[in-house]
Design a protein around this ligand. Sequence first.
Ligand SMILES: Cc1cc2nc3c(=O)[nH]c(=O)nc-3n(C[C@H](O)[C@H](O)[C@H](O)COP(=O)(O)O)c2cc1C
Length: 291
Amino acid sequence: MDHGLAPTGRGPMVMRRAQAMARETAMATASRTARTATVTAMAFATGTIAGLAIRTAGRAPQAASGALSGIVCPDLALQFTAEFFLPDAIHFYEPRDGHRLPHDPFNAIVGPRPIGWISTRSAAGQNNLAPYSFFNAFNYVPPIIGFSSVGYKDTVRNVQDTGEFVWNLATRPLADAMNASCAAVAPEVSEFDLAALTPVDSRLVRPPRVGESPVSFECKVTQIVQLQGIDGVKVPTWLVLGEVLAVHIRRNLLVDGVYDTALAEPILRGGGPADYFSIGPEQLFRMHRPR
Ligand SMILES: Cc1cc2nc3c(=O)[nH]c(=O)nc-3n(C[C@H](O)[C@H](O)[C@H](O)COP(=O)(O)O)c2cc1C
């Protein structure tokens, strides 16, 4: 029986990736068992995953489970092929022992991440603005967002002292300003000035919002948690959680009353020293939950 874990047919990029994987796997497995070599050679010979077919008789247990998920969810059958399950196909590491790669892949993998562009005001009344990509939303009702400060930075000190912050949406047109606002400057310097941004009074909290940003949330702090490892030892990182009390949305982003994510052109942080992504309508696809 032929389950045909076969053609992806998803364009040149997929083909190139498939060729590279097939080549790599073919080299890594040259001396392996005949069954494995046959599977790999088929992929290499055809130059694409499209030519790869796994036959029940010779299938590794993992590949068989791949075929099973393909039956449950037909799309999976198109995407996963036997070489994905070979031991050498996976780079494995335990972070505490090092990743053995030129760059730590951690934040490139957990990415792209939305950016928490956080404005605060110090107890002395100084405005502060800084981007935090360890940021996300965590609850609907009440709406709760959070960001994590690696190191005890001005923002954490301000939220600890005042209990308030504002989140501002970082967009493609505001990318340079967002970047400028991350400069490590003395607490008495306002990043609003550095980045030539306009502090606009909030309605319910003291920190201003970024006037140029099309969306802002006024927040009050609900929890500040100093993180710790499994050994219970605290690390110098603080997770700040806050309830969203007020929301500002520029009206042009409401299309027939529905907020249009892509229209706002949000930017997201990838990995490495400089990778960002921006979102446009071409990244949108829809998928409903199974009933
Ligand atoms: C896109 C971007 C994302 C960042 N994300 C974080 C983060 O998640 N946590 C963090 O501690 N620092 C992060 N930083 C660095 C801070 O923005 C930087 O240390 C800043 O000076 C902190 O400002 P503050 O001392 O006024 O709070 C990020 C910088 C950029 C440009």
